[in-house]
Design a protein around this ligand. Structure first.
Ligand code: E4P
Length: 217
């Protein structure tokens, strides 16, 4: 399973890279706006830091504008993935750009048919948004199970990115369901290795170690 950071903060990406398990980055206009930095500058810096895929989102609503913006950002770095929302106009842009070899991450996916349409159009990735569904009392994990199952049924190579992740349980469930990727805030990534019993265990071992005679280190 691949882990991406869902952030445009380069410091968080640096910390993720230090852990040695970071496979890629996703951004969106909200995350870029939070940095207060110019879009191209921040995306190019992230692409130079991370060897894996880096998603940058288009903001036009019409197919022509999405294609124009997609082609522009795709030229900024080899590892750019163009993020396009799953609308009628978006679907046409996904089709056109995918045919030209641009990798697309289909964003704002909330039902399995949106994911199937994106896969048919040639998208490299689909991003079901878990947290935003849970926020409106709609269980999100069934969506991931449906998409993974449908892609397996037909052999689609489109990868499933679990997005809008809020907590470690989302990651466990996505892993159990066979999602290819989870993209998460740095705060969630940090929590994946935390357990109070691990901390308590270390404390106990260190305290007992003090009683060992002739310690070699
Ligand atoms: C995914 O690529 C999106 O950037 C992201 O996961 C959205 O998450 P949010 O619902 O926390 O804004």
């Amino acid at each position: 399973m691949h882990f991406f950071l869902d952030t445009a903060e380069v410091e968080e990406i640096r910390k993720g890279l230090d852990l040695g398990i970071l496979d890629g980055v996703t951004t969106n206009p909200t995350l870029v706006a939070k940095t207060g930095r110019p879009f191209r500058e921040v995306i190019e810096e992230i692409c130079s830091m991370v060897p894996g895929p880096v998603s940058a989102e288009v903001v036009s609503l019409d197919t022509e504008g999405m294609i124009r913006e997609g082609k522009t950002v795709a030229e900024w770095a080899e590892n750019i993935v163009v993020k396009i929302p799953i609308t009628t106009e978006g679907l046409k842009a996904i089709n056109a750009l995918s045919r030209e070899g641009v990798r697309i991450n289909t964003t704002l996916v909330f039902n399995p048919l949106q994911a199937l349409m994106a896969a048919k159009a040639g998208a490299a990735y689909v991003s079901p948004f878990l947290g935003r569904l849970d926020d409106i009392s709609t269980p999100s994990l069934g969506l991931v199970a449906d998409i993974v199952g449908i892609f397996n049924n037909f052999g689609y190579e489109t990868e499933v990115i679990c997005a809008s992740v809020r907590h470690p349980v989302h990651i466990v469930e996505c892993a159990r369901l066979g999602a290819d990727i989870a993209t998460m805030p740095y705060a969630v990534l940090e929590k994946l290795i935390k357990h109070p019993l691990t901390d308590a265990g270390i404390k106990g071992f260190l305290s007992d170690w003090e009683k060992v005679p002739d310690k070699p280190f």
